[in-house]
Design a protein around this ligand. Structure first.
Ligand code: ADP
Ligand code: TZD
Ligand code: MG
Length: 579
């Protein structure tokens, strides 16, 4: 089949009735709703769908594995507040994409996974069709909503339903099942046009109740040691100005969760990032804005939070998030933009600063910790340790604050989160709520496609392995992405030995001194092997200034990392003592 943009409307044999089909209706339905990019892996039955989409002017990014295409769609959703679209083939392709869909849902990122599927008659009788699987049933428990479209005239409403489900309320992943037969179903073109739906106000404002706002302000006004925690929901909401006004007007120290870094710069005088342990322990009133009290905040209780009694204010669009872990004294249910503006109104013009004592305590701890860290970031010894390498990258980002930083790994993640300051909103993308490895290249590709900004992906050598083949995609689409592989020869460290003394390598170590930079050269990209912080800095600067696809193999001391990075405490311990 030759595909051209002109074939968008087929003619019937008689030439009188204008016809259209499922292929064209899906593309038109997406475009009508401003969805102009598809992240996919082609194959039966969706190859022509992707081909026609490209022919019609959509941006179609073709990946090497569906999980990476799915991760790209998910982060596109986070960055744009429109659902990212991932398109896959049936059963195995669908399953490969499903991990990303589940991860998107967990992280509250809007995306739509569209998968081709085989014929219902055969699937439902389990007669063994090509790539047979009851995909809808499998997707349902793993995402926010799942739909199947069986008739061409339902494509418009089906796509509309998927879009609204993904972005309204708490955002999340939606599965859309497209049986092969639907694609070639032919209907009258006029009927088709009329069946398309442009979703009006897909994520309506949700205004908080006045009593809820007043209750929160009363609590906040009485606080002796108040704290604001910003989560990635706040970054997603794109209410940057309102949030900045609230923080500055209140004078309250704020703590950004990792993907909320940059809503206000990490260098802001009220940023308490460098005094994290202290503010969590000592605060008496904590206002959460788009952050959940899940494991990343130790469930709002226990040692991390100290013994002092604490009251929580929580802003979230999802009412059931309240009291999920501890009592929320002042729940504010609504969208962040509306909630924060109402709070600002309620604060009036004479809002008191928090007690000076508290601000002094926080600042003293900050200064102490920053001073402690400084010499480690300047350490020039070889082999490089994490701090030295990250110290170099921190400077590069400071000088190029529009760069989007993508980050995954264990030590590579935990240390980069603390060391690399982020200066603008939505410039740090990482492993999110699940701490999932493999998001790196997919996130980097979508960040470059959706924003046009330069992207720096700082990834552990293990993390890189989960999606490394997509460096070919980066080269093929000539994207301004620089991947830095923190190569410490393994998972956490590169020094473990097989405890049995046998010939197999230990479970956490990789080929010693591998040269990931050579992989990039195989695809025509720039590969650099860096062994000192200076070499690393120069190579990254060159990559970001030129915009050329680059992979830098940063040789990190194999002995420098610790087990599980900063979350080693989550490893279960064997109670059976060695004899
Ligand atoms: P983090 O991991 O950064 O702490 P989470 O993913 O745990 O952040 O929390 C994000 C929260 O933000 C979710 O509970 C989600 O319901 C909420 N959220 C997302 N978008 C909005 C919005 N526009 N308005 C209000 N809450 C939102
Ligand atoms: N599989 C998936 C999908 N996600 C995971 N988080 C893991 C496995 C377990 N895991 C971690 O939590 S971190 C990590 C794994 C395999 C890799 C750490 O090694 P790294 O980073 O090389 O990426 P460092 O810098 O060596 O610590
Ligand atoms: Mg490693």
């Amino acid at each position: 089949m030759s595909v051209t943009a002109q074939s968008v409307q087929a003619q019937s044999a008689g030439g009188e009735q204008e016809l259209t089909d499922g292929f064209h209706l899906i593309i038109e339905a997406l475009k009508l709703n401003g969805l102009n990019t598809i992240y996919c892996v082609p194959g039966i039955p969706i190859t022509d769908l992707a081909r026609l989409a490209q022919a019609s002017g959509m941006r179609v990014i073709s990946f090497r594995h569906e999980q990476n295409a799915g991760n790209a769609a998910a982060i596109a959703g986070f960055l744009t507040r429109k659902p990212g679209i991932c398109l896959t083939v049936s059963a195995p392709g669908f399953l490969n994409g499903l991990t990303a869909l589940a991860n998107a849902t967990t992280n509250c990122f809007p995306m739509i996974l569209i998968s081709g599927s085989s014929e219902r008659e055969i699937v439902d009788l389990q007669q063994g069709d090509y790539e047979e699987m009851d995909q809808l049933a499998i997707a349902k428990p793993l995402c926010k909503a799942a739909y199947r479209i069986l008739r061409a005239e339902d494509i418009g409403i089906g796509v509309a339903r998927a879009i609204r489900s993904a972005v309204s309320g708490r955002p999340g992943g939606v599965y859309l099942d497209i049986p092969a037969k639907l694609l070639s179903q032919v209907i009258d073109a006029e009927l088709g046009r009329k069946s398309l739906v442009k979703v009006i106000d897909p994520a309506p404002a949700q205004i908080p109740a006045k009593e809820a706002v007043d209750r929160a302000l009363n609590l906040l006004r009485q606080a002796k040691r108040p704290l604001i925690i910003l989560g990635k929901g706040a970054a997603y909401a794109q209410a940057d100005d309102a949030i900045r006004d609230l923080v500055e007007k209140s004078g309250i120290p704020f703590l950004p969760m990792s993907m909320a870094k940059g809503i206000l710069p990490d260098t802001h005088p009220q940023c308490a990032g460098a005094a994290r342990s202290l503010v969590l322990k000592e605060s008496d009133v904590v206002m959460l804005i788009g952050a959940r009290l899940n494991w990343l905040l130790s469930h709002g209780k226990g040692k991390t939070w100290g013994d002092a009694p604490k009251k929580f204010i929580q802003i979230d669009i999802e009412p059931r998030e309240m009291d999920s872990n501890v009592e929320i004294a002042a729940p504010i249910v609504g969208d962040i933009e509306s909630c924060v503006s109402r709070l600002l109104e309620g604060m009036g013009n004479d809002w008191p600063n928090p007690p000076e004592e508290w601000i002094k305590t926080v600042n003293a701890k900050k200064e102490e910790n920053i001073a402690k860290m400084a010499p480690r970031l300047r350490n020039n010894s070889v082999p490089m340790d994490f701090h030295a390498a990250l110290g170099a990258l921190r400077t590069v980002i400071k000088e190029r604050p529009d760069t989007i930083l993508v980050n995954e790994g264990a030590n590579t993640l935990d240390l980069a989160r603390g060391i690399i300051d982020i200066h603008k909103p939505r410039k740090r993308l990482d492993v999110g709520t699940w701490g999932v490895m493999g998001i790196g290249t997919g996130f980097a590709i979508a960040a470059a496609i959706e924003t046009g900004n330069r992207v720096l992906a700082v990834v552990g050598d293990s993390a890189f392995g989960f999606s490394g083949m997509e460096i070919e995609t980066i080269c093929r689409y000539n994207l301004p992405v620089c991947v830095v592989v923190f190569n410490n020869n393994g998972i956490y460290r590169g020094t473990e030995v097989n405890p049995s003394g046998g010939p197999d390598p230990a479970i956490t170590v990789f080929v010693k001194d591998a040269r990931y930079d050579k992989m990039m050269e195989a695809f025509g990209g720039v590969g650099v092997h860096a062994t000192t912080p200076d070499e690393l800095k120069r190579a990254v600067e060159e990559a970001l200034d030129s915009g050329k696809p680059t992979l830098i193999n940063a040789a990190i001391d194999p002995a420098a990392g610790s087990e599980s990075g900063r979350i080693g405490n989550l490893n279960p311990q064997s109670l059976l003592k060695k004899k």
